[in-house]
Design a protein around this ligand. Structure first.
Ligand code: SF4
Ligand code: ZN
Length: 299
């Protein structure tokens, strides 16, 4: 197969784009997809201070490198979850990566915050991934607002977005469907959040890491076994194999034709949020989930 741009030998085939690319042209393709996402949703400009959440996995590192190469003012944020078995490796990868790029990095340690996820797992009888997700989102938002960043980015890719859309649709979760977008503007205590990789699949970010020699953490979280998202991802992969391009089309059609309807329904029925009486984070429950969790762990 020949590269669709320069006609050299292609090293990666992308059936959903009816294209194949050599490594250099694949990088061009990847950059264009990121630029297109940023421009379409007016996410941020080169004058913004952009905070990028770095887990140590391939997607967030690929995003950070690409934004850095494109000349954006990026700072990495790593939340060290203090999970025995996977966190030390992830943190090491992120530190080494940012050092290699000469880019700034903030690390927030959950052990120091009294919220070690391993401790939460043993002491709190709630699904750990749901608690862990809330903890991460809380600290992403806190660092972005406290330290004056004007954009907060995560490395969610097309597979993540479509998997979440399918899960929300299967439950017809109006609140989550109204909120699902690659770009959420700042609102009452929330920093503006962006997902510039939403047009790129997991396979494409993996190829980008491979072609650009990005070493990423492969340590598997010991609590990931019960997660249901791999089943949905597999279902969607089967669909994509039979009909290339269906993931992107499902997501873009949702954004274009359906999201506004869920937003209108949510405005009618949604809970109103107010600042947490203890830390100021938006909540519908007086004291936010994270302050209550900290209290529970202290007891
Ligand atoms: Fe957190 Fe669950 Fe991911 Fe582990 S698998 S890092 S507990 S969200
Ligand atoms: Zn709080």
């Amino acid at each position: 197969m020949k590269c669709s741009r320069c006609k050299k030998t292609a090293q990666v085939a992308l059936p959903s784009h009816h294209a194949g690319f050599c490594p250099e042209c694949f990088n061009e393709f990847f950059s264009r997809q990121v630029e297109r996402a940023i421009r379409h949703f007016r996410m941020f400009t080169r004058n913004d201070r952009v905070l990028v959440a770095l887990s140590g996995g391939k997607d967030s590192l690929a995003l950070f490198r690409e934004l850095h190469v494109q000349g954006y003012n990026v700072t990495g944020l790593h939340i060290d979850l203090a999970i025995n078995g996977s966190s030390p490796h992830a943190r090491q990868m992120v530190e080494r990566f940012c050092e290699g790029l000469g880019a700034p990095l903030r690390v927030v340690s959950m052990a120091e915050e009294g919220l070690s996820i391993t401790e939460v797992k043993h002491k709190v009888k709630r699904p750990i991934c749901s608690v862990c997700g809330k903890v991460k989102r809380y600290y992403f938002n806190k660092v972005a607002l406290d330290e004056g960043f004007t954009a907060l980015c995560t490395g969610h890719n097309l597979d993540d977005e479509v998997g979440r859309l399918l899960a929300n649709t299967l439950r017809w979760d109006v609140s989550y469907l109204s909120d699902q977008s690659p770009a959420l503007p700042a609102s009452g205590g929330f920093a503006p959040k962006y997902r510039p990789l939403y047009r790129l699949s997991e396979f494409e970010t993996a190829a980008y890491c491979f072609f650009n020699g990005i070493e990423h953490s492969t340590a598997v979280c010991p609590y990931s076994a019960g997660a249901s998202f791999p089943v949905r991802k597999e279902l969607l992969n089967t669909l994509e194999e039979h009909s290339p391009g269906s993931k992107l089309s499902f997501y873009e059609t949702f954004l274009k034709n359906a999201k506004a309807l869920f937003e209108a329904a949510e405005k009618r029925d949604g809970d109103s949020l107010a600042p947490c009486t203890s830390c100021g984070y938006p909540t519908s429950a007086g004291v936010c989930n994270i302050c209550r969790l900290k209290e529970q762990l202290r007891d």
